[in-house]
Design a protein around this ligand. Structure first.
Ligand code: PMP
Length: 421
């Protein structure tokens, strides 16, 4: 079957709303290599949108899922529980920076994790309000669309959204927004829009993912902590994209002195199997009554088996250290490239959560066109890159942290060539 033929069938059979980036179809994949139906190979720096920190089909993950397949695939945890769910919760509780007394509930998608974090915060506080940030992305369900701070394409034409959601700006040095601006905006919300005592949660990404890999300054995280403590608000860190070794630590919040009350996790948690979770302080997590949390497939046994393998792989293969080492090499390459690529305005990130932001060299305006040109040039040479950012002018590099050295070097060469062009 050719890519062209499949493309035609796709257009006829599926709605345009499910936008597709590539015009080739996957046949197989292993670690950081993806092969299409015509046998062409790509180095995969998209990793299924930050899902494959442990690579495609890591042998230990495959083995764990195969073993689970032979035992049982589904009981619905809320009907007949299984040990692996509890074991995974214990491990996440011990690892997540939310305090010593933690509990975890599992779901399926990142959006579902965020939905449930809001449910838990509302049940705990008995309050309606939620504050989120401009440029943030939290999912495609109704509550998470309301929380998302980018209109096109995520919210356009889909309203009305759930109420009691308010947005403040997220600090960004490049775009001239300081921590002080963000804090003042929250204080203004408390005066103009909602009483602080009616706010259940403040949700933020420690490093905005879809928003362009914008890193939260430590004083911003400290300010959120302070505001939450002052008013009894639940602080939720959305780690769906930043978790599981991507930033050089298991969680991005491990880089900060201030800790959240709840965290949402998904994506690389289960290395390609659908699984998400909310981890947080036990007294908050226990607020919803029995039956209030869950879902038919929530904490699916195959996905849980995969996640247990992922945690072992991250440990045994020292993927946090590898994230730092690979990220350093990528940053050095990108920073050198600023000499011959004047449109490359900023290189930023933590560990291997690295992005390059492009602006028009003459006007200084954000340039999605330049980012797309680099993305296209890289793809021509077999490297799959993703864009992001409020203006679509940022390229993010989401390679598996298990990528072989030679392939990473090859990818850096392709990136250099694409930037030179
Ligand atoms: N939160 C963040 C920070 C994300 O990056 C994403 C996905 N890009 C989501 C939530 C939603 O996850 P999902 O697509 O699995 O629902």
């Amino acid at each position: 079957m050719s890519n062209k033929n499949l493309h035609q069938r796709r257009l006829a059979a599926t709605p345009r709303g499910v936008g597709v980036m590539c015009d080739f179809f996957a046949q197989s994949a292993e670690n950081s290599t993806l092969t299409d139906v015509e046998g062409r190979q790509f180095i995969d720096f998209a990793a299924g949108i930050a899902v494959l920190n442990t690579g495609h089909r890591h042998p230990r993950l495959v083995q764990a899922v195969e073993a689970q397949l032979q035992a049982f695939t589904h009981t619905a945890y809320q009907i007949v529980p299984y040990e692996s769910y509890v074991t995974l919760a214990e491990k996440i509780n011990a690892a997540a920076p939310v305090g010593s007394d933690a509990k975890t509930a599992f779901f399926t998608t990142g959006a579902e994790a965020v939905e449930n974090a809001v449910k838990i915060a509302r049940a705990h506080t008995g309050r309606p309000g939620v504050i989120a940030f401009g440029g943030g992305f939290h999912g495609r369900t109704y509550m998470t669309m309301a929380l998302t701070g980018k209109v096109a394409p995520y919210k356009k034409g889909f309203g009305p959204f759930p109420g009691s959601v308010f947005h403040a700006p997220y600090p960004s040095a490049l775009h001239g927004i300081t921590t002080d601006d963000a804090v003042k905006a929250i204080e203004r919300l408390f005066k103009a829009d909602i009483d602080a005592e009616q706010v259940a949660a403040i949700i933020f990404e420690p490093i905005q993912g879809e928003g362009g890999f914008v890193v939260a300054p430590p004083d911003f995280v400290a300010a959120i902590r302070r505001i939450c403590d002052k008013h009894g608000i639940v602080m939720i860190a959305d780690e769906v994209q930043s978790g599981f070794a991507r930033t050089g630590k298991l969680f991005a919040m491990d880089h900060y002195a201030d800790k959240p009350d709840l965290m949402t996790i998904a994506k690389s948690l289960a290395g390609g199997m659908p699984l998400s979770g909310v981890v947080g302080k036990a007294e908050i997590m226990d607020a919803p009554a029995p039956g209030g949390l869950g879902g038919t497939y929530a904490g699916n046994p195959l996905s849980v088996a995969a996640a247990l393998a992922v945690l072992d792989i991250i440990d045994d293969e020292k993927l946090c250290q590898r994230a730092d080492a690979l990220g350093e090499r990528l940053c050095a390459t990108l920073k050198d490239a600023r000499e011959y690529a004047p449109g490359l305005a900023e290189v930023r990130g933590v560990g291997s959560m690295i992005a390059a932001e492009f602006t028009d060299p003459t006007s200084g305006e954000p340039s999605a066109e330049l980012a797309q040109r680099v993305q296209r040039k890289a793809l021509e040479q077999g490297l799959l890159l993703l864009t992001c950012g409020q203006y679509g002018n940022v390229i993010r590099f989401l390679y598996p942290l298990t990528i072989p050295e030679f392939q990473f070097t090859q990818a850096l060469e392709i990136i250099k060539n694409a930037l030179k062009d």
